[in-house]
Write a protein that binds this ligand. Sequence first.
Ligand code: GLP
Length: 259
Amino acid sequence: MPSLIKTFQAGAMQVRVFSSKREASGAAASAAAAILRGAIAARGRARMVVSTGNSQLDFIDAFVLAPDLDWSAVEAFHLDEYAGMAMTHPASFRLWLKTRLADRVPLRAMHYLNGDAPDVEAECRRYGALLAGAPIDAGFIGIGENGHIGFNDPPVANFADPLPVKIVRLDEACRRQQVGEGHFAGISTVPECALSLTCPTIVGMTNLICCVPELRKAEAVRDTIEGPISTTCPASILRTHGRAQLFLDADSASMLGRD
Ligand code: GLP
């Protein structure tokens, strides 16, 4: 059975469905590495935004093994972080990025979003200015069970957000997902707020590689592809991006209506 089951357009976005999570993640990692190689060949450097979460584990494991990629030319940023969380907390996205990316490849820089900064509004401004310093060649963007991108949950997502990075209040579905993934013992220990790149910042990246495997994402994937372009499913905005590629497995694609 071929690993690529089907490919189609959803608006401007290209969708590819693979038979397994491993194959979808490997294909996403190959596409990600090709974009970075192209940026380095053109400009001598590349800048990327990397999302975290359990759904991104196979992707990052394949990505760090990409052949012929000059990591010393690559600057990395992240997408979001819990407010008030120390980097030593097991659920910290900074810790995830340090152990799974920055400790494994010799990056030019890993720019951490410090969720426990004393002034988180100032930290959002600092990070927004860093991001704005040059184009972001690629964002590797997951989609949450509630359709979020970054931590732009439906109640706080704004497709015309004036801020590049902002403080958000996490919705209940998002906080429950974090418990379900095993990062917290119960919902009361999940932080109520986070720092997140906003929707316009994400859509403003030159290329988007969105790896969204697993059955628990099937509803969000259906709404992303087949629902209205609306903040009720923030990821639906990805359909407006002409250089966005969505990598699915058979499970996450299982609720799609088309043939
Ligand atoms: C997480 C993070 C994002 C990630 C997305 C998918 O909660 N906010 O950085 O892209 O949601 O990850 P997960 O595998 O946890 O669903």
